[in-house]
Design a protein around this ligand. Sequence first.
Ligand code: ADP
Ligand code: VHF
Length: 264
Amino acid sequence: MEVEKQYQKRIVIKVGTNVMTNKDNRIVVPILRKLVDQIARLYEDDIICVLISSGSVIAGKEVLDGNTLIDPTARRQVYSAVGQPRMMRHYYSLFHDYGMRCAQVLATKRDFDLGKHRDNMINCYEGLLNQGIVPIANEDDAVSLSMSMFTDNDELASLVAELINADALILLTDTDGVFDGHPDDEDSNLIRNVTTDQAVEQFVQSSNKKEGEGRGGMESKINVAKKTAAKDIPTYIANGKRENVIVDIAHGKNVGTRIYHEGD
Ligand SMILES: Nc1ncnc2c1ncn2[C@@H]1O[C@H](COP(=O)(O)OP(=O)(O)O)[C@@H](O)[C@H]1O
Ligand SMILES: N[C@@H](CCC(=O)OP(=O)(O)O)C(=O)O
């Protein structure tokens, strides 16, 4: 197994589809650039990030709209197979602009099974981090079986955070964090701190997401955040479109919703 390289901190960042798209569901490259810019600034301070990026399905849909595929599973597979290299083309070029290297790591749930699959995955991540290369992970939607997929990329992000002994997990979404009502409602307030045994799921509002607009939802995000925090990895749910959101969280500023284990 590769030896863990010592950085000041290791941070796993997950960026959801909603963060990187505009109202017409098209990828907004300047948003990706701002994320890469922050990762590059943290790297200068010896903080290495792993990026879990959604977006392959919507990136495929962007160029394949009007296709004749009827089966929704085959459609997801084809969208993601076409969209994943489109996403990586953006990331490769953006990291290159910052003099950094990045790599693609696609995974299915089986890769986290205890034993040789998991060890193999650790070797891959440690090998990349050792070389100062930013791993960019996503579910391998093109080949993963519908019945055994991750709930969503929040779950994948949590598993990766555990795998690399991360110091924090940041789940970037399109709201400022968890609210005590509908996030668009003026009377709702942002909940700044949530403990692993605090019932905030009751505040989650129903959603009407369409194909490619992401999976999961806020309830599963909270669930994943609590499970990760229970493993002593403080987890943040925050707005990916907010200026400096990653850098501010990494530097301990009070941003988004922090989910933590009492005693941490
Ligand atoms: N109480 C709540 N606080 C914050 N967001 C909420 C709440 N209830 C529902 N949501 C919705 O959850 C969405 C974010 O979850 P999700 O769609 O899974 O994001 P992502 O695609 O970034 O993973 C937001 O768009 C928001 O409208
Ligand atoms: N793996 C899929 C995204 C799945 C997912 O969890 O989406 P999201 O809820 O937007 O983070 C993709 O790349 O499109």
